[in-house]
Design a protein around this ligand. Structure first.
Ligand code: SAH
Length: 250
């Protein structure tokens, strides 16, 4: 039997948000590869080997997955959310591009998932109803100056913005700087959504004006969405609805 490699997204947390396509690939797999907490979401069963590794070894993990597929195994590499969004799919293709020619002939498929940004937006209403951008606030893989520049330009373009990886213990200052930059660049009271652990039992959603947003409101399990100048809030019992109208008048 010939091997294959599926790069799959497990969605934001809730099992109901895993696609049937991903469930089917996991059911056929001989090996599951990924970051420890994501692999922990896959049920053990006879005939399935789980390979959990630390977060900082994405290229080693990619090579390992490709080698196993080349050797005839049925391998699923798992990411949370969508595998193409700040996750393993690009890491695999970086390895393919510089790897042995045989890897280009492998059966490699990317199986999409519901990314955290969309799950968070859905909880708040429709903050991404008009043009928006997504920015990873971690400076592990790019210089901080580039993040600052993108924040300023996104504010100037009046995009709603979705931020992944807003704040970690190893980079506590970055998000505070990002909020300062946004306050300077946006200069008004845009709504900020802090959506933590969306679709899990620990879910928390908080909406505050940009002027009141504090760095401590985010951690590594939080998605932060900042509205555009057009974003609206509908107040009601049981939490506000935040949405961005689909049109901008001429
Ligand atoms: N591939 C993933 C993103 C990986 S980056 C996806 O498509 O969702 C990891 C970041 O995603 C976290 O730091 C956090 O900002 C966000 N995230 C992932 N799951 C989340 C959840 N359930 N609730 C809120 N944010 C989440």
């Amino acid at each position: 039997m010939s091997g294959w490699l599926a790069i799959a997204g497990l969605g934001p947390g809730d099992e109901a948000l895993i696609t049937p396509e991903v469930t089917e690939a996991l059911a056929k797999a001989t090996d599951v590869v990924g970051y420890i907490p994501y692999v922990a979401r896959v049920a053990e069963r006879p005939g399935l080997t789980l390979h959990a590794s630390d977060n900082r070894v994405e290229i080693d993990r990619s090579r390992h997955a490709l080698e196993m597929a080349e050797a005839g195994r049925r391998v699923v590499v798992v990411s949370s959310g969508d595998p193409g969004v700040f996750a393993m799919a690009a890491a695999i293709f970086e390895a393919v591009e510089v790897g042995p020619a045989a890897w280009r002939a492998l059966d490699i498929r990317v199986l999409p998932g519901i990314t955290a940004m969309l799950a968070a937006a859905a909880r708040a209403g429709a903050p991404l109803g008009h043009d928006f951008c997504a920015i990873n606030l971690s400076d592990n893989l790019k210089p901080w100056d580039l993040i600052e520049r993108r924040l300023r330009l996104a504010a100037e373009a009046d995009f709603a913005m979705a931020f992944y990886n807003p704040r970690s213990k190893s980079r506590p200052e970055g998000f505070a700087k990002a909020l300062d930059t946004l306050r300077q660049a946006c200069g008004d009271a845009r709504p900020v959504i802090f959506a933590r652990a969306v679709t899990t039992p620990e879910e928390e959603i908080r909406v505050v004006p940009l002027t009141e947003a504090r760095p401590e409101m985010a951690d590594m399990r939080t998605m932060v969405i900042v509205g555009s100048s057009r974003t609206r809030i509908i107040t009601r019992d049981g939490g506000p609805i935040v949405y961005t109208p689909r049109s901008v008048p001429a």
